[in-house]
Design a protein around this ligand. Structure first.
Ligand code: FES
Length: 105
């Protein structure tokens, strides 16, 4: 899978990820700044907040109740396309574009 991370200033990084990893894990492994993943992916931090490109919205299951609750407390105000990237598990075929919010903490 491929993930294109766009920083708030518009700079992009394209990462070739591993199937089964999340968008959060892929960022942390590759040193993509702005995705913290403090809780390690167990839905208790919201420091993995991203804006998921609308074109890929249907490629993932919709947010569960816990994710939805955590997004309400994200450091950067949520938008309709906000997701917690630890919940976005990548399949081999996927190419996903996400934008990183201004702040996570
Ligand atoms: Fe903590 Fe995603 S890494 S909620």
């Amino acid at each position: 899978p491929k993930v294109i991370y766009t920083q708030p200033d518009g700079t992009e990084r394209v990462i070739e990820g591993t199937a089964g990893d999340s968008v959060m894990r892929t960022a942390v492994r590759n040193g993509v700044s702005g995705i913290v993943g403090q809780c390690g992916g167990v839905l208790s931090c919201a420091t993995c907040h991203v804006f998921l490109d609308e074109a890929h919205a249907d490629d993932f299951p919709p947010p569960g109740e816990d994710e939805d609750d955590m997004l309400d407390g994200a450091a950067t105000e949520r938008r309709p396309n906000s997701r917690l990237s630890c919940q976005l598990k990548l399949a081999a075929w996927q190419e996903v574009r996400v934008t990183i919010p201004e702040s996570q903490l």
